[in-house]
Design a binder for this molecule. Structure first.
Ligand SMILES: [Zn+2]
Length: 386
């Protein structure tokens, strides 16, 4: 092959030399460069160079390569774990994803950090991609790389009525009860046991599509009664980072972990990594509730098969024992009662019109100072300006 080309080149050079006698100096130069290019071998080299000169890829390429090269090797090792989620098309039912089993002593806040994020550097900032529902109608995940600008839009969105368009996710317990979930290191929670949990929170730019919703316990959503655990742990970190880095971005991917064909997930994997890598975590959030044997099969209307606690008979969320909260909080700033939307991450004055539009299961009363509500990761509503 090479030899054939060489012969062809020589023949061409000979032909040029023979025909181009008139200006031999000028012809000689092209011959030399042509031949030296031949020796240097592949014609692909010039092609690569021209690719590199393409303007189209530069904007991404400028910012990303540093991160990729720094972290490339690391995140790729965690990847094999979730690789068990390979969508095997031959099977009628999608494969499950590995998950951890909850226990109160080890995971009182309903989440655990298992290592560095399974980070995909190919996901460019600004991406919010909902993976398609599987054949059982279950949400399979969201992959996002949220920019500070996207977060700002979500934060400044004065609408807080997204619950109105929420459908029931697959496996949704039709008899969602007001329950008491005993606290582990915090006070007990009393309210709806099940939440329509958004994989990507509204406060991070998530929508209310079915691809973004799973049936999750209150504890998976926000942890114990202090709202600092569960998904809220990740969401508040994400909000804090993007609010303090308006030009930054945060890779944020959520993957529900199902056992076999169960409609209700065992928990969620959340991978988050900031552009400066100050956040780089793979987190598992448990779909569990202290004192309840969760029924992930969807067979039980209440969503659990047995319990060591009795369901609360009374009406919706109340009973936050404000006296204890007030005592624990500093005496300086005046505390008031606010209404938290655990779905959108906003807080309101009780009189705000948005509160009426809010679904009960996302409503939570909070007694404390404005600063404390913000410290929990909540944003003041744009309508009532609490
Ligand atoms: Zn409001």
């Amino acid at each position: 092959m090479l030899r054939a080309r060489l012969i062809a080149m020589l023949a061409l050079a000979l032909a040029l030399a023979l025909t181009g006698c008139g200006d031999s100096d000028k012809d000689a130069a092209p011959e030399i460069t042509y031949e030296s290019a031949q020796v240097a071998e592949p014609e692909e080299t010039p092609v690569d160079e021209s690719d590199g000169a393409e303007v189209v890829e530069e904007p991404d390429a400028v910012e990303q390569p540093p991160e990729v090269s720094e972290s490339g090797p690391e995140p790729q090792e965690p990847l094999p774990e979730p690789a068990s989620e390979q969508p095997q098309e031959e099977q009628p039912q999608p494969q499950g994803v590995a998950y951890l089993t909850w226990n109160a002593a080890q995971y009182p806040d309903y989440y655990t950090v298992t290592g560095a994020a399974a980070y995909d550097p190919a996901v460019v900032p600004g991406t919010v991609a909902y993976l398609p529902l599987d054949r059982l109608g279950r949400a399979t995940g969201v992959v996002a790389c949220i920019t500070g600008a996207q977060r700002a839009v979500a934060r400044d969105d004065t609408r807080d009525d997204d619950d109105a368009v929420d459908d029931d996710p697959v496996g949704w317990p039709q008899d969602n009860q007001i329950a008491v979930v005993p606290g582990i290191t915090e006070q007990d929670y009393k309210g709806y046991l099940w939440n329509r949990s958004h994989l990507l929170a509204h406060s991070l730019g998530g929508n209310a599509a079915r691809e973004n919703i799973v049936a999750g316990t209150r504890c998976m959503n926000v942890g114990q009664c202090d709202n600092r655990g569960g998904m809220a742990y990740c969401e508040s970190r994400a909000r804090d980072y993007l609010d303090s880095h308006p030009n930054g971005w945060l890779y944020y991917a959520v993957t529900p972990a199902y056992e076999g064909s169960e409609p209700i997930c065992r928990g969620l994997w959340i991978d988050m990594r900031s552009d400066d890598a100050s956040i780089d975590q793979r987190v598992f959030v448990f779909n569990a509730a202290n004192g309840y044997q969760i029924d992930y099969t969807g067979a039980s209307a209440v969503g659990y098969s047995s319990t060591t606690v009795k369901a609360a008979p009374a009406e919706p969320v109340q009973e936050q024992t404000p006296t204890q909260d007030a005592g624990a909080a500093g005496p300086e700033s005046p505390s008031a009662t606010y209404v938290l939307n655990t779905n959108t991450g906003k807080f309101h004055l009780p009189s705000c019109s948005s509160v009426d539009q809010m679904a009960d299961h996302n409503k939570q009363e909070f007694t404390g100072t404005r600063d404390e509500a913000i410290a929990l990761g909540y944003d003041p509503c744009g309508r009532c300006h609490p």
